[in-house]
Each structure stands twice: as C-alpha cells, then as structure tokens.
Design a protein around this ligand. Structure first.
Ligand SMILES: Cc1cc2nc3c(=O)[nH]c(=O)nc-3n(C[C@H](O)[C@H](O)[C@H](O)COP(=O)(O)OP(=O)(O)OC[C@H]3O[C@@H](n4cnc5c(N)ncnc54)[C@H](O)[C@@H]3O)c2cc1C
Length: 384
C-alpha cells in the first residue's frame, strides 16, 4: 500500500534502515506463525528472545551494556514494525527493554547492570515488571506487597497480577512498599519463595505470556534493591518509557488491519463488483487511513519531542489514549470489511482487534489517561 502522506520521508536514513530490518524480521519470523501461536496461546520465547536480541531491539534505546543506543524515533519505528506483526511480540520487547532493563539501567547499581543488562540485551535472560496487584491496578500507590528489613536482608511478601513474561522470566523487577516508601527490587526468579503461575483462558494477547507473581518470604540481599529511586516515580518513569513505545506500536497494528482490509476489498466480489468499489467500503477505508496516518503523526511528533529531551508524561497520555483508541476503531472497521473471514485467524484482523483490547487497558487504562488530560486542561484532579 502506498505511503500516500509520505510520513516516513521524515525518517532519516538510519531510522529507515531500522524500519526495513525490523519489518523483514517480522515478515520472516513472526507473520508465518503468529496465527498458530495465538490459537495455541503460546509465545516461543526461547527461540524468539535470542533472535530479537540479535536483531538489536532489546533495550535498543539504552546506552552501553550491549544495547544499541538508538534515538527515540528509531525505537518507536521498531515498535511500530513489531506490532504490525503482533502486539504480543511488541509487548515482549517493551517489557524487556522499557520495564525490566530501563529501571536497572537508570536506577540500578553497577553490579546489577553488569549482571543483567548484557544478557537481557542479547535475549539470553528475560525480564518482567511487577507493579499491578490483584486488588491494586489503576492505583498502584496503595499496593500491598511489602519488603521488610531483616538485618541487612529484605524479606518480600505479597502478590502481583497480569505480569507479562512472568512465568518465563529469569529476573523480575518488583515494586514493593517498605518502611522508606515504594522501592524496586531486582529478584532472580530462582529465589526460594518466588513463584509465577501463568494466567490462562485469555482471549487477547494470546501470543504473550501473562502471569501472577507470588512472594512467600522471599529473602533478598541488600544488593537486590534498586539504589537510585524511592517512591512511585520509579515505576511511573518506566511506564512512561513503555507507553511511548505503545504510541508507535499501535500504528503498526492499525496499518496491518488497514492493509488487510484494502487487499480484501480489492479482490472480494459481491453484486458483480469488488466490495472496494462500493462507496460505503471506501468511506470506511478512507477514515481508517486518516486514523492511521494521524496516529503516525502523533507518534512521530512525540518521538521528536523525546529526542529533544522535551517529552512530558501528559503528552504520552495523549498519544496512548488517542492512538490506541484509533487503532481499535480501525481494527473493528477492518473486521467488518472482511465479513465472515474477519473472524478467523487466516487474516490478522481479529487477532489485532482482540490484542488491542489489552493494549487499551494496560499501561494506564483509557479512563486514567483521560483523567490525566482532564487534569492538564482544567487543573482539577478527578482521580478520587
Ligand atoms: C495482558 C496484560 C498484560 C499486563 N502486563 C503487565 C505487566 O507486565 N506488569 C504490570 O505491572 N501490570 C501489567 N498489566 C496490568 C495492567 O497495567 C492493569 O490491568 C491496568 O493498570 C488496570 O488495572 P486493573 O486491571 O486492576 O483495573 P482497575 O484498576 O480495577 O480498573 C477497572 C476499571 O475501572 C476504571 N477506573 C479505575 N480507577 C478509576 C478512576 N479513578 N476513575 C475512572 N475510572 C477508573 C479503569 O479505567 C477500568 O476501566 C497487564 C494487563 C494485561 C491485561
């Protein structure tokens, strides 16, 4: 499909090379099998993680420790191309790079960085990020997971829920209350008392591992705490990184749905005409394209702000809210154009549509990002 608005003309040569490299990786390693992974509810982490590491996308926006050190637009473009394959693959990369590696890189000790970052960049160690709890999702400040000092050790007790990569992780970055406020802990998943059962029966993000985490008197050395941050700003800064990737990623999911719908509309004949020749279909396609291109512009603008060091978390809320909603609308419209075929995994559309329901909820629900914008506009907080 032509890039009518020529948005990618605004990428530089390095960013276009990353786009083409990740797009061809997705074409070779994701698209041929992702329908089966989704149907079988599995994410082939042990094959895909090292392949994504070799591709250079794990922690790609971080400097040093084997990370690529790219600019923010390049990271966004990679997320876009990965999510054109599947939101589950982009989620894996976001969690690994922005939620697990980023806090170690930003707030960790030299020993923590040396121990984990090179292996995580290579995909030979997998990370997860434990913030959400069974009873505390949108209001993590009230979390109950608690780490108590015992001599110089910490004893961790509590539970987390909906944790991407949880059951396949080698290391968990866990946020817990302490007597000093919320702290982050780098927890090897082999530590006695740690368990991570997988959550089943999901109808969204099926090609992604989602788990609970349980901590039953998990004893951690003093060196397990992230020394560089105390308080909720630690996890929130990680979420800003990951949400930025979502702003770009969902443009890829929307584009994949639009491309599937255009291609189908040109070949599916009803009433002796391709359905794409009917005005009602063209109206849908035109608005789907408008939505995809506008979401792409938003992502690019936020990327350029981030590269200039000027990105405000409220702007990320704008992008997450606007782009995920646009992508979900586009996926639903595409589904109608494909008729009955729209409900099968033979086409990518319903897979993207179902995935985007999770993307709408995780990393701050659409309601929470709406409240962020409401507060930005009025100066009045409406969370409580
Ligand atoms: C597939 C998947 C993967 C995930 N991966 C991770 C992960 O890796 N790590 C992690 O820590 N978490 C993860 N999450 C958790 C995710 O971030 C939470 O689901 C999300 O923050 C919402 O929390 P909740 O599900 O408890 O919903 P709740 O907070 O209970 O919200 C339920 C509803 O109430 C609304 N609501 C809540 N408060 C308000 C308010 N003040 N005003 C108006 N409406 C409100 C919400 O918007 C929502 O519509 C994942 C979730 C999913 C589904």
């Amino acid at each position: 499909m032509d890039d009518l608005m020529r948005l990618d003309d605004r990428l530089n040569a390095d960013q276009r090379l990353i786009r083409d490299t990740v797009r061809s990786f997705v074409a070779d390693h994701v698209l041929p099998q992702v329908g089966d992974w989704f149907e079988e509810a599995r994410f082939p982490a042990r094959e895909l993680a090292p392949a994504l590491g070799a591709l250079g996308v794990l922690g790609m926006h971080l400097e040093g420790y084997g990370c690529a050190g790219t600019d923010a637009v390049s990271y966004g473009v990679a997320c876009r191309e990965l999510e054109a394959g599947d939101s589950g693959v982009r989620s894996f990369v976001s969690v690994q790079g922005s939620l697990a590696m980023f806090p170690i890189w930003r707030y960790g000790s030299d020993e923590q960085k040396e121990e984990w970052l090179p292996r995580m960049a290579a995909g030979s160690a997998i990370g997860c990020f434990g913030l959400t709890e069974p009873d505390h999702g949108s209001d993590p400040a009230n979390m109950r997971t608690y780490a108590k000092k015992d001599g110089s050790d910490w004893i961790l007790n509590g539970a987390k829920m909906w944790i991407t990569n949880g059951s396949i992780a080698d290391v968990a970055v866990v946020w817990a209350q302490t007597d000093e406020g919320i702290r982050g802990f780098v927890v090897p998943t082999s530590t006695p008392g740690f368990s991570a059962p997988e959550i089943h029966k999901k109808l969204s993000l099926r090609a992604s591992v989602t788990s609970s985490l349980y901590f039953d008197d998990v004893r951690l050395p003093a060196s397990a705490v992230l020394p560089g941050v105390t308080g909720l700003r630690g996890p929130l800064s990680c979420l800003s990184e990951a949400r930025y990737g979502i702003v770009w990623g969902v443009v890829g999911a929307a584009r994949a749905c639009l491309e599937a719908a255009v291609s189908y509309a040109k070949t599916r004949v009803q009433f002796d005409k391709p359905i794409g020749a009917f005005q009602l279909t063209q109206e849908k396609l035109a608005w789907m394209y408008v939505g995809t291109a506008q979401a792409g512009l938003t992502a690019l603008h936020l990327g350029q702000l981030k590269d200039a060091g000027q990105l405000d978390p409220r702007q990320i809320s704008f992008g997450k809210l606007a782009n995920v909603r646009a992508a979900l609308d586009i996926a639903r419209q595409a589904r109608t154009i494909l008729g009955g075929n729209g409900i099968t995994l033979e086409y990518p559309v319903i897979r993207h549509m179902n995935n985007l329901e999770s993307v709408l909820t995780y990393e701050g629900t659409q309601e929470i990002h709406t409240l962020v914008l409401g507060e930005a506009l009025t100066g009045l907080s409406a969370y409580r």
